[in-house]
Write a protein that binds this ligand. Sequence first.
Ligand SMILES: Cc1cc2nc3c(=O)[nH]c(=O)nc-3n(C[C@H](O)[C@H](O)[C@H](O)COP(=O)(O)O)c2cc1C
Length: 175
Amino acid sequence: MKALVVYESMYGNTAVIAEAVTRALGEHGLDVAVAPVTSTSPGEVIEAGLLVVGGPTHAHGMSREATRRTAASDEENVNPDPTVSPGLREWIDRLPLGTEKLAAAFDTRIDKPVFLTGSAAKGIAKRLERHGYRLVAGPRSFFVTTQNHLAEGEIDGAVAWGEELATRLGAAARV
Ligand SMILES: Cc1cc2nc3c(=O)[nH]c(=O)nc-3n(C[C@H](O)[C@H](O)[C@H](O)COP(=O)(O)O)c2cc1C
């Protein structure tokens, strides 16, 4: 099965998680590609039987143009290529309907209870379902520090989640 991992990332952390998930899916036999939302057209999604979408949590949910611009212009942000436009909201809204397609959503966020931080993954999952995708797993968060560095162990966590997705794909295909 073909899979596509699409991410939005301002400081680079969500991109690192996306790459780790991609590696794990590839090692489990999927024909998988990874790309930033800024250079993935909805047309590229059509071929993928599994679509994995991830983004940073901003203002308790999915980013908006203003929050992305805030992050991109942050003097502390050393990422040379923040994904400012389009954002995942607009990108998902323009996707072709995903009837019979499988999907999964993840985010990065601060390591605090979700009622305090919010979660972009929940919004991403909801939008994907609205587009006809069937989720193979619940929304998943990976943690960053308040200084925007990945928390310890999160890359390993992303690999493990990718492996879990690959395993669930087998079960989903049998439903
Ligand atoms: C404008 C802005 C708003 C943010 N709001 C939240 C928030 O509500 N909850 C949270 O957990 N993290 C919040 N963060 C931290 C981001 O989740 C963090 O920067 C992101 O996970 C890093 O991912 P990236 O490196 O891929 O951009 C915010 C960051 C920015 C720049």
